[in-house]
Design a protein around this ligand. Structure first.
Ligand code: ZN
Length: 303
C-alpha cells in the first residue's frame, strides 16, 4: 500500500470512529443553563447536553414550545433542579410523552424556606421552598453526585468516567467555597450588605454571613407596591451606603428607581438563575460564582 493510501485509510478509520462517538453520545436535556454546565462537566465527551432555558434567560417565566417537547422526546435523561423551580416540568414531560428518568439534581440538599412567595414574574408558585440552592457551592457537590449517579444509570459503561469527572469538579467546588469564604471573611460583618433584584441569593447569604435585601421579596406580586417601595427606601436611607446589584434576568427599571430614591447607585450585575453567553463573564457555573462573589465583595468594600 502506498504511503498516501495508508494515510487515507487511517483518516477514514479515524473519521468513522469520530462519527460513531458522536452518534453514541448520550442525549441529555437539562432544564436551565447552570444545570446544563454541570451535566457537561460530569458527562464530558460521552454526553450531549441541551438546556431548555439558555443563557441570560429566566427559567421561572419559561413557557415550553412544541420544539422543546421534541427535544425532550429525543432525550435519554432529563435533569431538573427541583425545589419547585421548574413549575412547567410536568406539563412538558407529558406533552413530550417522555418516559425516561427525570433526575432532580437538588435531591438531598437541605432546602431553605422561601422568605417570600410568588414574587417572580408570571406568578409561579414556589411553594415554601427556595429553589436557588446552587448559590451555595457545597450544594453543587450534591448536585454533581446526583448527576453522576443518574448518568451511570443511563450509560453504565461510562460510570467510572462520570464518577472521576464529578470527583475532580467537586474538588474545584471545595476550592471555590474556601476562596469565597475567605473573600467575605475579610469584610467586617456589618459591611456585608447589599440589595439585589430578586431573592435568588439566600443560600449564598446564609453560607457566607451576608445580609441581602431583595427588591422583589417585598411583595407577592412581581413588583412591590408604592408603600413597600417607600418603606424599603426609608430603610436603605437609614442604613447608609449599601451597594445595589442588578441581575442578568431582570429589567433594572424598578431597581434604578429604588436606588435613585434611596440615594444609592447600582454597583453592577449579578448572575442569578442563568449563565451569561460564551463571551460574558459567567459562561460556566464556576465563572458565575467567582464573578458574583467578586462583584459583591468589591461593592461591600466600596471598590
Ligand atoms: Zn430565581
Amino acid at each position: 500500500m502506498s504511503r498516501l493510501k495508508k494515510c487515507a485509510a487511517v483518516a477514514i478509520v479515524l473519521l468513522l470512529f469520530a462519527q460513531r462517538a458522536a452518534a453514541e453520545q448520550l442525549p441529555v436535556v437539562a432544564s436551565f443553563s447552570i444545570l446544563a454546565d454541570l451535566v457537561r462537566v460530569v458527562g464530558g465527551e460521552r454526553v450531549s447536553v441541551t438546556a431548555l432555558v439558555g443563557p441570560d434567560a429566566d427559567a421561572h417565566a419559561f413557557d415550553p414550545t412544541p420544539q422543546d417537547a421534541k427535544r425532550l422526546a429525543r432525550a435519554r435523561l432529563v435533569v431538573v433542579n427541583g425545589l419547585g423551580f421548574e413549575g412547567w416540568q410536568q406539563r412538558l414531560v407529558q406533552a413530550a410523552a417522555y418516559r425516561g428518568e427525570v433526575v432532580v439534581a437538588s435531591s438531598g440538599v437541605r432546602p431553605r424556606g422561601h422568605a417570600h412567595e410568588g414574587e417572580h414574574e408570571g406568578g409561579h408558585d414556589h411553594g415554601h421552598l427556595d429553589p436557588h440552592a446552587w448559590q451555595d457551592p457545597r450544594n453543587v457537590i450534591i448536585y454533581t453526585a446526583n448527576i453522576a449517579a443518574a448518568l451511570a444509570r443511563a450509560d453504565p459503561d461510562g460510570a467510572t468516567v462520570y464518577r472521576a469527572n464529578a470527583a475532580r469538579y467537586q474538588q474545584a467546588l471545595r476550592e471555590l467555597d474556601a476562596w469565597a469564604a475567605s473573600r467575605f471573611a475579610a469584610i467586617p460583618v456589618q459591611q456585608r450588605r447589599a440589595v439585589t433584584a430578586h431573592a435568588a441569593f439566600d443560600y449564598l447569604a446564609a453560607r457566607y454571613g451576608l445580609r441581602l435585601t431583595a427588591l422583589q421579596a417585598l411583595s407577592t406580586h412581581s413588583e412591590p407596591g408604592a408603600r413597600a417601595m417607600g418603606e424599603l427606601v426609608r430603610r436603605l436611607r437609614a442604613d447608609g451606603t449599601v451597594p445595589v446589584f442588578a441581575e442578568n434576568l431582570h429589567n433594572a427599571r424598578l431597581l434604578r428607581q429604588l436606588a435613585g430614591e434611596a440615594g444609592l447607585t447600582i454597583g453592577g450585575k449579578l448572575y442569578s438563575d442563568a449563565l451569561s453567553g460564551a463571551r460574558g463573564p459567567a459562561p460556566t457555573y464556576l465563572a458565575l460564582m467567582r464573578y458574583n462573589v467578586d462583584q459583591l465583595a468589591r461593592g461591600m468594600q466600596g471598590k
